[in-house]
Design a protein around this ligand. Structure first.
Ligand code: GLN
Length: 506
C-alpha cells in the first residue's frame, strides 16, 4: 500500500502533471482507470454475494446446496470476513514485494479464476472458489484504494472528492451486478431458456456465478489497456542494499491472519468469544489513549472509529444474509405488477448511494466548517443503522399474516445508506489523515479489518434469523437495534474525548 504520491517521484513530475487533470471531472487520468477496474471488481463481488446465501439455503431440487440457515450464515460470515481481513496481507505484499500496481493485477486474476471455479458446480469447487476470491480481493481491494490516494499530492484539495468519485464507481458496479446475476440465477425467464436449449434449469445459479467472473475479466481488460495512466504510482519498493526481503514478517502476517480467521470462525461454536474481542479492543483503546505521545493518542482515536465501524458493518452487512432471507421468504417481490427475483434487493443500497452521495457532498460543502466532526458523523451513522432495524419491527409483526410489501426494505436500505454515507467515506479519509505517514498502509488495513470483523458478526447475528415466527423475528430486530443505539449513545458521550485524542485533525 505505497502512498507514493507523484511529489515523491520528482523525475516523473512533468509526465504526471499532464496525467493529473485528464480524468473524470478534471481528476487525474489514473482515477478513470481505477474507477472502472474497481467498478467491475465490485460487480463481481456483489453479483456473487447476492446469490451466495440463497444458493446455500435452497434445496438441491432448486439447484442449491440445501444448508441450514445457521450453517449458511456461518459460512457467509467467515467468507465475507476473510475477503476484508486478507487485505492486511495484500497490503503487506504490495508494500514489501510487488507494489500496489502489480498486486491489483494479480489479485484480479485470482478473483476471476475464483468466480469461474465457483461456477463449475461441485461442493469442492464452491469452497475452492470462495478461498480464491477472498485471497484475490485481499490483494486487490486495499491496494486499489491506496493507489487512488497516491494519484494526489499530499496537499491536493481534490483528494476527498476523488475518493467520493471512486465510491460511486464501487456502487455502480454493485448496483448493476445483482440485476445480471440475479436474473441468470433466479428468473423464470432464464430458466425457461435453459430448458429450451436442453440445459438443466437447476444449474441457473452457476450461470450467475459465471457472470460475476465475466465482470472481473472485463475489469482486468480495462486495467491492462489503461495501465500506462498509472505508470507513476504503485511501484514495488526499492529492495534493500543486500537484496533481502522480509519473508519472516510475511509468514508472520499470513499466519496471524489465518489465526484470526480461525479464532473468529470458532465464534460460530462459542459466541462468547465475541465479548472477548470487544474487551480486547476497549483495552487497546485505553492503552493507547493514556500514553502521552500524540501518535499514540491518534491511534486510540483510530481504534474508537474502528470499534464503531465494526458495529456498524455488523448490522449493515446483514444485507447479504438475514435481509436477503427476509427479502426471499417474507417480502412480496413485485412493484406495479412486475415481479422480480429476491436477489435484486441487493441493488437497492447502491441506488441509494448513487442518489444520496451527491446530496451529502453538497451538504458538506454547504456546511463547510460548521459540519459535524468525524466522531459525530460516526455517531449519527450508528444511529441511522439502528433506526433501520427499528423500522423492521412492525414489518416483522406483519409477517404473521403473510408476506409484507416491498416498501419496508426500501426504507431499511434508505436509512442504512444515510448511515453509510456518514461513516464509510468519512472513515476512509479520516484514517488517511490520522495515520502517522509511515503507517498509512497499516491503518488502511486496520480500517478494512473493522469491515472484516463486522462482516463476521453479521453472519453470527444472522444465524438467529427465524422466518417462521413473527414474534421471534421482531425480537431479532429490536435486540440488535437496541445494542447499536446503546453503542451510539456511548460514542456520543465520548465525542469530546475523541476530538481531543485526534489533536488538530477534524
Ligand atoms: N460498499 C463498500 C465497498 O464495497 C464498503 C464496504 C466495506 O468497507 N465494508 O467497498
Amino acid at each position: 500500500m505505497n502512498d507514493d504520491s507523484p511529489s515523491i517521484h520528482p523525475q516523473s513530475l512533468r509526465q504526471s502533471d499532464l496525467a493529473e487533470t485528464g480524468g473524470i471531472g478534471g481528476h487525474p487520468q489514473g482515477l478513470t482507470t481505477l474507477f472502472f477496474t474497481e467498478m467491475w471488481e465490485r460487480f463481481s463481488y456483489y453479483g456473487m454475494r447476492a446469490l451466495l446465501m440463497l444458493f446455500m439455503v435452497k434445496t438441491a431440487a432448486e439447484g442449491g446446496l440445501g444448508f441450514e440457515t445457521k450453517k449458511a450464515a456461518a459460512i457467509y460470515g467467515t467468507y465475507t470476513m476473510s475477503v476484508y481481513l486478507l487485505s492486511i496481507l495484500g497490503g503487506f505484499i504490495a508494500d514489501n514485494f510487488i507494489g500496489a500496481r502489480r498486486a491489483v493485477l494479480v489479485g484480479g486474476i485470482i478473483i476471476a479464476t475464483g468466480h469461474f471455479t465457483m461456477a463449475a458446480g461441485s461442493l469442492a469447487t464452491f469452497y475452492a472458489g470462495l478461498v480464491l476470491i477472498a485471497l484475490g480481493t485481499g490483494l486487490l481491494k486495499p491496494n486499489i484504494s491506496t493507489m487512488v490516494g497516491s494519484l494526489y499530492r499530499p496537499t491536493d484539495e481534490r483528494r476527498d472528492a476523488g475518493f467520493s468519485i471512486f465510491y460511486m464507481g464501487i456502487n455502480i458496479g454493485a448496483f448493476l451486478a445483482p440485476l445480471v446475476t440475479g436474473y441468470l440465477a433466479q428468473s423464470a425467464d432464464w430458466k425457461l431458456r435453459l430448458s429450451a436449449w436442453g440445459l438443466d434449469p437447476a444449474h441457473s445459479w452457476h450461470w450467475g456465478f459465471g457472470a460475476a467472473g465475466v465482470g472481473m475479466t472485463l475489469g482486468l481488460l480495462v486495467y491492462l489497456r489503461q495501465n500506462a495512466r498509472l505508470a507513476h504510482v504503485g511501484h514495488p519498493p526499492t529492495p534493500a542494499a543486500n537484496g533481502s526481503r522480509p519473508w519472516g514478517k510475511l509468514a508472520l502476517v499470513a499466519l496471524g491472519s489465518l489465526a484470526l480467521i480461525l479464532a473468529m470462525k470458532a465464534s460460530d461454536e462459542y459466541p462468547a468469544l465475541v465479548y472477548g474481542l470487544f474487551a480486547l479492543q476497549i483495552a487497546a483503546i485505553l492503552g493507547f489513549a493514556f500514553r502521552p505521545h500524540p501518535d499514540s493518542q491518534r491511534l486510540a482515536a483510530i481504534l474508537v472509529f474502528f470499534f464503531a465501524a465494526e458495529i456498524f458493518w455488523a448490522i449493515f452487512e446483514q444485507a447479504g444474509s438475514s435481509i436477503t432471507l427476509f427479502a426471499d421468504r417474507l417480502t412480496r417481490n413485485e412493484i406495479l405488477g412486475w415481479s422480480f427475483p429476491s436477489s435484486y434487493w441487493q441493488s437497492v443500497n447502491s441506488i441509494w448511494v448513487i442518489v444520496l452521495a451527491p446530496v451529502f457532498a453538497w451538504l458538506w460543502i454547504k456546511l463547510g466548517a460548521k459540519q459535524p466532526s468525524s466522531p459525530m458523523k460516526f455517531t449519527l451513522g450508528l444511529f441511522f443503522v439502528s433506526l433501520s432495524f427499528i423500522l423492521m419491527l412492525p414489518a416483522a409483526h406483519l409477517t404473521a399474516t403473510g408476506k409484507v410489501g416491498p416498501l419496508w426494505l426500501v426504507g431499511l436500505f434508505f436509512l442504512q445508506t444515510i448511515g453509510e454515507m456518514l461513516l464509510s467515506p468519512v472513515g476512509l479519509s479520516t484514517m488517511t489523515k490520522l495515520a502517522p505517514p509511515r503507517l498509512v498502509g497499516l491503518v488502511m488495513g486496520i480500517w478494512f479489518l473493522a469491515a472484516a470483523l463486522g462482516n463476521k458478526l453479521a453472519g453470527v447475528l444472522a444465524a438467529e434469523f427465524k422466518s417462521d415466527q413473527a414474534d421471534q423475528l421482531a425480537t431479532f430486530f429490536w435486540q440488535q437495534a437496541l445494542w447499536v443505539a446503546a453503542a451510539a449513545a456511548v460514542l456520543l458521550a465520548l465525542v469530546p474525548w475523541v476530538k481531543k485524542l485526534m489533536g488538530n485533525v477534524r
